[in-house]
Design a protein around this ligand. Sequence first.
Ligand code: MIG
Length: 759
Amino acid sequence: MFGKLLNHTQKGQVVTLHYEKQTVYLHVLTDRIINVFVPFYTKEHRSKAIDGSKEQEVSFTLQEMTPSEGTSGSGYIMLTTPSLSCRIHDDFKLDFYGKDGTLLCADYRGSRSPRFILSESALELIRQEGHDVNMAGSTDYPVQCVKVLDKEDCIYGLGDKTGVLNKRHYEYENWNSDIPDPHEDSFKSLYKSIPFFITLKQKGVYGIFYDNTFKSYFNFGKENDGYYSFGSDSGNLDYYFIGGNTMPDIVAGYTYLTGRMPLPQKWTLGYHQSRWGYDSEETFRDIAGKLKSSRIPCDAIHFDIDYMERYKVFTWDTTRFADAKTLLSDFKKQGIKAVTIIDPGVKVEKDYPMYEEGIAADYYAKTPDGETYVNAVWPGDAVYPDFGNPAVRKWWGEHLRFYTELGVAGVWNDMNEPASFNGPLPDDVVFTDEDRPSSHAEIHNVYGHNMAKATYEGWKNLTGKRPFVITRACYSGSQKYATAWTGDNQSLWTHLRMAIPQQCNLGLSGMPFIGTDIGGFGADTTPELMARWVQVGCFSPLFRNHCAKGCMNQEPWLFGEEVLSIYRRYVELRYSLLPYFYDLCRVCEQTGLPVIRPLVLHYEDDTNVRNMNDEFLVGESLLVAPVVEQGATKRLVYLPKGIWYDYWTHREYQGGQYYIVDAPLDVCPIFVKAGAIIPKAPAQMYTDEISNPELILDVWPGDGSYVHYQDNGEDFAYRDGAYNEYLFENKGSNNLDIRKLHEGYTDYPEIKVNYIPGI
Ligand code: MIG
């Protein structure tokens, strides 16, 4: 590709490789992370995902290796850090090795050879009948990289893609897309672009973060089983090789680069009720009332686009809401917070302040001719704030005062792919990338990311609290600003099934605070589907029932007594587990490990879990094996090595094998790892109903230790030490040791220890 390696130079931790046709930079960031940068598009290296320098001082060596006697190979440069090495060959072939010398990731040398190719005329014929055939063979992109795929390799991550957990044999695209059709396995892109994946080998593991915001393509061995590729329409070839000993190391490395989710406010982990179509003060009061009378604990009700005056952001319709401020303060008295949707599209309308101000300040995207670019979304003709411009982010952030003053507690950013009703935005629409003009082609995949950043920063300045921002569109690093939901799923069993691998892969991709619309957004749910969905949804960090206007309502009380009581049981389960969820968020802030985890994250040597699509872990201690098949009342459960206990019956199971377990409609099979200590809260109708409740510790048979975290659940005082941290050690035989690791917050009035006997 680039010819012979002529020479190399080193400056600090950057190694410059001079090839015949191209200069390439290798930046050794840490002993495990190396950035490979080929400046096709810009000379300067910059990232939308990574803030600041990530370089740590590493001592590494560069050795010139001469070809060994009697072999036909040529020499190479060997770069060695304390944890890995990279062999740098002619023609820009880089091979990464683990510390012990195992080859982890090699550039592919052979010629491309697609598994299936049909001639254009054959394709033409098949398409006549309306089939959408996509067998064009291999595709070369202006920017690309092709790497060897070994027989046993599995691939995980890549954000919110549809389909199964292990992405091997599939192809995807990164182009944030709002497509209302049912999200099927064959969808190439959804709302988020997270160009990070983990390759788990028979022996060894590594990650690749391909930091390119243009439309990108990933083919994980679909084209040919012997290699995989990633590439883009434009931009730089800019990727990070991330090494480590285990999958959690790789996730830690990726989140070290792109950032970790900051601790959320505690109430955000409660239950949220939503629907597109709640459109008047009476409706909202009615919903809040029914939540109480049905005894469904709830922390938030969401206000979808119907609260606005003709879909104008930063307005509140005063004909359908006589007094929003009073409504919100009444909600507050009942422990219910309001979350409002805010779309990016600003209505083109004379005398509408958002529009006028933005036009005057030149804050909207432009056509190449310098006219304000107009497309359409909910309010009709609309303009697009240029969130890549720091001044626009600041302006938008300050306007959020409209919401904070009304008493709104969180913001939900939708339509920020950005979506458009009058056809897609042309590639050449002019946006800004911080201090230089950019194009829609380059900005599209970070539009939502920049909007979330504007919202996060604005909200933080206005309130001093940990901002609660939900976003639909994301890029790598959005976890620093926002939680996300998986967009417009449907009330389909296949979508309930998909929720598991989709959330697991989002978690592996650095995005831990996620959830699906419980019950399904589009289409109409059934009582059984609702009952099964809440059993999965109550483990999603973002726990929200939401559905579309035009679909049957799906509040929990609409499906009869049986489903209501099942629903309540799982919302109550979630509320009892809130301290555990909050601890997991703290772990995430510190290590990048997600809340919902695929089994393979902790049992990577167990080949039984590499393709596990219907079970997941919540932290390390809980294993959830929900029923996701219509009509099923039993299911096959695989438990990895160790001893596990049934959460409900306390029955003991030996891991490393399959079991058939009973799962009538009201039972979601949950297993607890031996020795686990699970912190719990007493029953409440919302998170801070009891101001300083006691802590309950469920202590399961076996040995184990657990770190528990406690703070005010609201602001940033914990960063100055205002928190408690406890170490609990389960020594078996009803013997629990409690120690304080850090003291800086009000103590629990009581810690109740609940030793659970195994059966
Ligand atoms: O195109 O605001 O995904 O959650 O209810 C529909 C209305 C626009 C899409 C979001 C959905 C929301 C809906 N929005």
